[in-house]
Design a protein. Structure first.
Length: 613
């Protein structure tokens, strides 16, 4: 939610900042702005819409300087428009601020400031914060750094803030609580970003800033302090990422690139962990908490959106293979409903970004109750990765498309590995079944490759045929029910078509009333233990004149006789098969979005990383 970039050094700050904003645009794209500090003057430009609008606006301006910051916004307080774009000046115009997060007590702070005569030019909580900080600076006669420290002790909510002060040359002050901030270390220069992508071309050495830390960033110096003004030693880490991973590489969209990358990302998520020859699974992160798993009475999986769908699928798989009770919770509900958690609970958090606010807070609450936390996270060094006691990275690489694709399939692989290892440890799986699933997982990459090589034209044609529909129903049973949910979510996000996922057998308890000749119903109807039953459900839809689209196993000749259109996936074991069906559904959503001429990489109203509640 909102992307922030900063630079202090000797290069042209504007170009670094604008380039960084383009890389972070996936985090929000309602408006964009920059501020450059030069000769004790802040020059500030901001514009509604994409970064390209800002760039066009600034094209004729003199905006040279070696210190600057920029922001791309996902609106929380105040509609997307020029005045609500960041950066925001304080009333004195000496300070400018960019902010990612939400200041929860902004209304109270604003009331106090209004009583003192402050004027506001936007509807944002961020403008309140910059004035609150500046008011402290002016009244206490202190430095901006001290004012920030004092102010943040009164602020509730989540933030990453970057500030420029006209009286402090060559310096950005930054602070974080609850939203991500990375500082890249170069030769006499520093880079700041919501993630590492803006700095990747310049440095691989980064420091992930922790909550309640404040950074004073100069070209040749990075000072970190906590809010108690004690110095904190920066922990420098090496980035394991390269530029090509965050570029489109010849594809029209990141989403398509990321769908096509899945043969290799799926392989990467089990590479070095699963040994087919030796028939073993090695997960060192899991070894560290095996005693906790032994003591656990249940496993609770928390996540949001697509990550929640991966968790739901894992519930089916873990219960089947490990015979332990699994509960799956929306993090946003779990954190607020006062759940009963004990030190016997083992919590798995699933998150691509590792920064989702709801998941993060749900984990913090559970940690306080003594639960063991295990993270299944994609972004290395992210907040969830650091908060959890142990975990495993999904190794999907940077996912830029706002709709999650390769991150989901990597999560599913990670969760299958987790289930297999736990089943072996608990003695709930036979050697034969273990070996069978290891071998099945091992050939998933080539089966996904088959889909992207052989089904694209067919799926494009299906997309063209159904793109005008107003609603879609997605149905699946058992392991394929979470895939129906994921398919529906993907379609909603990318095409803005209303879509609902449902357990196929539940259809007759209500949704069947929706069925008529205008409703496309997508069945995940691959060969598994429920196949006969799902075929019966398809017949029920056909009898009511619904339009039938099926995901079917290659070689199945019966399903095409019933369905109007079929997307084929290679035959596979029912536990790994959902990965293949997912890929077909991702392609369907993608091509419907493209048919409708929509921005599939940046769907309206969404952001990649949801760091607000
Ligand atoms: O980064 P996370 O996996 O924690 O994000 C969770 C959801 O916000 C995310 O999966 C969202 O639903 C995506 N837009 C799905 O495509």
């Amino acid at each position: 939610m909102c992307g922030i970039v900063g630079y202090v050094g000797s290069k042209d700050a504007y170009s670094i900042v604008i380039d960084g904003l383009k890389k972070l645009e996936y985090r929000g794209y309602d408006s964009a702005g920059v501020a450059i500090l030069k000769d004790n003057k802040i020059k500030l430009f901001k514009k509604e819409g994409r970064v390209a609008n800002l760039e066009a606006m600034v094209a004729e301006e003199d905006i040279t300087g070696t210190v600057g910051m920029g922001h791309t916004r996902w609106a929380t307080h105040g509609e997307p428009c020029d005045k609500n774009a960041h950066p925001h000046y304080s009333n004195s115009k000496q300070i400018a601020l960019i902010h990612n997060g939400i200041i929860e007590n902004y209304a109270q702070l604003k009331k106090e400031l209004v009583a003192k005569g402050y004027e506001f030019h936007s509807d944002t909580d961020s403008e309140v914060l910059v004035n609150f900080i500046d008011d402290i600076r002016i009244n206490n006669g202190c430095t901006l750094e001290e004012a920030v420290r004092i102010a943040l002790k009164r602020v509730t909510g989540a933030y990453v803030i970057l500030l420029l002060d006209e009286s402090v040359p060559n310096t950005i002050i930054a602070a974080r609580k609850g939203s991500p901030l990375v500082i890249g270390i170069g030769q006499n220069e520093h880079f700041l970003g919501s993630d590492a992508s803006p700095m990747l071309a310049y440095t691989k050495e980064v420091v992930y800033i922790n909550d309640y830390e404040l950074a004073i960033v100069k070209p040749d110096e990075l000072i970190l302090k906590n809010l108690g003004n004690e110095t904190v030693t920066p922990f420098v880490q090496k980035l394991d990422m390269n530029l090509s991973q965050i570029e489109k590489g010849g594809f029209d969209h990141f989403m398509l690139k990321e769908i096509f990358e899945q043969p290799s990302t799926i392989f990467d998520s089990f590479r070095g962990r699963m040994d087919v020859e030796k028939n073993t699974i090695t997960l060192s992160g899991m070894d560290a908490v095996l005693d906790k798993l032994d003591a656990a009475q249940r496993i609770i999986i928390v996540g949001c959106g697509t990550s929640w769908h991966a968790g739901l699928l894992a519930e089916y798989i873990i219960e089947e293979l490990c015979r332990i009770n699994v509960e799956v919770e929306y993090a946003s509900e779990f954190r607020y409903r006062n759940p009963i958690i004990t030190d016997k609970d083992f919590i798995i958090a699933v998150s691509q970004s590792g920064e989702t606010a709801d998941t993060l807070v749900a984990l913090e609450n559970a940690k306080e109750q003594g639960a063991t936390l295990f993270g299944i996270v994609n972004v290395v060094g992210s907040s969830i990765a650091r908060l959890t006691h142990a975990g495993m990275y999904t190794h999907a690489g940077p996912e830029i498309g706002v709709a999650s694709t390769k991150a989901f399939t990597a999560q599913v692989v990670a969760l299958i590995l987790f289930a297999l290892k736990l089943a072996k440890h608990r003695g709930t799986i036979s050697d034969e079944r273990f070996a069978e699933l290891v071998n099945e997982l091992n050939v998933v990459p080539e089966k996904v490759e088959w889909i992207v090589q052989n089904q694209v034209e067919n799926i494009k044609a299906i997309a063209t045929k159904y793109q005008e529909a107003n609603d879609f129903l997605y149905l699946g049973r058992g392991y394929n029910f979470p895939i129906a949910l994921e398919g529906a979510l993907k379609l909603k996000e990318i095409s803005y078509i209303h879509a609902e996922g449902y357990p196929a057998a539940e259809m007759k308890h209500g949704p069947i009333a929706l069925v008529d000749e205008t409703l496309p119903v997508v069945f995940v109807a691959t060969k598994d233990r429920y196949h006969e039953k799902i075929v019966s459900n398809m017949q029920e839809i056909k009898a009511r004149k619904g339009m039938l689209i099926a995901v079917a196993s290659e070689g199945d000749t019966h399903t095409p006789e019933i369905a109007d259109d079929v997307m084929f996936v290679p035959d596979a074991d029912e536990i790994v098969g959902p990965i293949l069906s997912t890929v077909a559904l991702q392609l369907l959503s993608y091509y419907i979005g493209v048919e409708k001429d929509l921005d599939v990489d940046k769907p309206r109203n969404l952001a990649k990383s949801v760091t607000v509640e």
